[in-house]
Design a protein around this ligand. Structure first.
Ligand code: SF4
Ligand code: SF4
Ligand code: SF4
Length: 205
């Protein structure tokens, strides 16, 4: 290679290397900038949360199955201030399962046994429907499959259980895989500041 060709070659490769390096920095800065954005679920779009859709066959499990984390950053939370503390909670019990001797459905709805049911006050054995219970969701077990959310809304429930992005867990991926797979376009980027979480577990109204 002649000296001038060699200089041209080095000059071009140097520019190319610079361009790649600058591009890389730009991409990295862009990735970081975008990575500051939080994701949230639009309740009136999500099929599991919005009113008018019920039934196990309509449950969307994409929030549980699409996240890059081993256990999704989306979890169910129960807003205790809105919960009816019902004796037969359709989010806790599989209300279509056979009824046991105690008059309650024999199966639970949650496939991960993530919901606990604790009596509030003394239980009156003669008037079960006059007893009230606290339903708590174990976030370490919940994967956001949405079944309980689908059941806890009109006409059977009061809508106190919702799906939420846990911003303390979410990696804020630029290309969120849940957003890419959401069939309802309900998973939205909301900018650097995540919206305040609704009442979380243990927050009694
Ligand atoms: S979202 Fe699914 S895993 Fe989580 S508590 Fe509800 S039914 Fe259980
Ligand atoms: S941004 Fe990443 S970590 Fe967060 S919910 Fe989406 S896929 Fe999961
Ligand atoms: S993927 Fe979309 S529609 Fe499905 S549960 Fe998540 S937010 Fe709701």
């Amino acid at each position: 290679m002649s000296e001038s060709c060699r200089r041209d070659f080095l000059s071009h490769s140097g520019r190319a290397a610079c361009a790649i390096a600058i591009g890389g920095v730009g991409v990295e800065l862009g990735r970081r900038a975008c990575a500051q954005d939080a994701w949230t679920i639009e309740a009136n779009r999500c099929v599991n949360i919005r009113l008018g859709v019920t039934g196990a066959s309509n449950v969307c499990e994409s929030c549980a199955t699409s996240c890059v984390l081993p256990l999704s950053a989306v979890r169910a939370v129960n807003d205790h201030s809105q919960c009816g503390r019902c004796c037969i909670c359709p989010a806790y019990f599989d209300v279509l399962s056979p009824v046991g001797p105690d008059g309650l459905p024999t199966k639970k709805l949650c496939p991960r046994d993530a919901i606990t049911r604790t009596a509030i006050g003394e239980v009156d054995p003669y008037d079960p429907l006059n007893n009230f219970y606290e339903y708590a969701i174990d976030e370490e077990k919940c994967n956001g499959c949405g079944r309980c959310v689908m059941e806890c809304k009109d006409p059977a429930g009061l809508g106190s259980i919702r799906l939420e992005v846990r911003h303390d867990l979410c990696l804020r991926c630029n290309r969120c895989t849940i957003a890419s797979n959401c069939p309802e376009d309900a998973y939205r980027r909301v900018g650097p500041e995540p919206p305040p979480a609704s009442k979380l577990e243990g927050a009694h109204g």
